[in-house]
Design a protein around this ligand. Structure first.
Ligand code: COA
Length: 192
C-alpha cells in the first residue's frame, strides 16, 4: 500500500484509486482488511475481542448462493486493497432486492472518501443491473448523504422491529410498487 504521505495525492480525482470487482485471489486480503476495519465495534465504539463477526459473515457471503460477483467491490491504491463493500441478494416479501454490507475501509485511510466512492459505485452498478433498491443496517448519520432513507418510510419493514431508523433503503430507478413488506437478508446474516 502507498505510504500515508502519498495517500492524499493518490486520492485526488483521476489519480491512483481503482474501484473494481473482487477476484477470488483477493479474499484473504479483504478478510484481513475487514478484521482491521471492524476491530472497533461500530455499534459499541469499543475494541472487539478476537475476530470481528463481520469477518465470518463475509467469508460465508463469498460462498453463499446469494453472492453477486459484480457487487463485491474493492478499492485499491498502489496495488493494495484499502476498502471493500459487498451487496448480496435479499428480498422484500417475495421481490428480489439487495442487502448491503459489510463495508470496510482500512483505518489508516478512513474519512478520505473511499467509503463514499464504494457506496456510489455500488448504487451505479445496481441501478445499471435494474435492481429496485438496496437495504442496509447502518448509521443514520452516514448513509442519508447517499440517498438512503428510513426503510419504513418506503413501506419496507426491517427483519427485526427494533432496528428503527438504522434500517435504511436506497430506492433505485428500477423501484416498483411490488416493493412492500419485510426485508430478508441473504442466509448467512440469519446465522449471526
Ligand atoms: C464507515 C466507513 C466504511 C466509511 O468509510 P470512509 O472512507 O471512512 O468514509 P468517507 O470518507 O467516504 O466519509 C467520511 C464521512 O463519513 C462519516 N462517517 C464515517 N463513518 C460513520 C459512521 N459510522 N457514522 C456516522 N458518520 C460516519 C465521517 O464522519 C465523515 O463525515 P464528514 O465528511 O462529514 O466528516 C469506514 O469508516 C469504516 O470502515 N468504518 C469501520 C467499519 C464500519 O463501521 N462499517 C460500517 C458499518 S455500518
Amino acid at each position: 500500500m502507498a505510504g500515508e504521505t502519498d495517500i492524499d495525492a493518490l486520492l485526488q480525482p483521476g489519480r491512483g484509486i481503482v474501484l473494481r470487482s473482487e477476484q477470488h485471489q483477493d479474499r484473504a486480503e479483504i478478510l484481513e482488511l475487514t478484521a482491521q476495519a471492524f476491530s472497533i465495534s461500530p455499534v459499541t465504539g469499543q475494541a472487539v475481542e478476537g475476530t470481528p463477526v463481520e469477518v465470518g459473515l463475509l467469508r460465508e457471503l463469498f460462498e453463499c448462493g446469494e453472492y453477486i460477483p459484480e457487487l463485491s467491490i474493492v478499492a485499491e491504491i498502489d496495488g493494495g486493497i484499502v476498502g471493500h463493500v459487498i451487496s448480496t441478494r435479499g428480498w422484500v416479501g417475495d421481490e428480489p432486492f439487495l442487502g448491503l454490507g459489510p463495508i470496510g475501509v482500512a483505518p489508516a485511510v478512513q474519512r478520505r472518501g473511499i467509503g463514499s466512492a464504494l457506496l456510489q459505485e455500488t448504487a451505479e452498478r445496481a441501478a445499471a443491473a435494474g435492481e429496485p433498491g438496496i437495504a442496509l443496517l447502518g448509521s443514520p448519520g452516514y448513509y442519508p448523504r447517499f440517498g438512503y432513507v428510513p426503510a419504513v418510510s418506503l413501506g419496507v419493514r426491517p427483519p427485526e422491529a427494533g432496528w428503527g431508523d438504522h434500517f435504511q433503503v436506497l430506492a433505485l430507478p428500477g423501484w416498483h410498487d411490488g416493493v412492500r413488506g419485510t426485508f430478508r437478508f441473504a442466509a448467512p446474516f440469519g446465522r449471526l
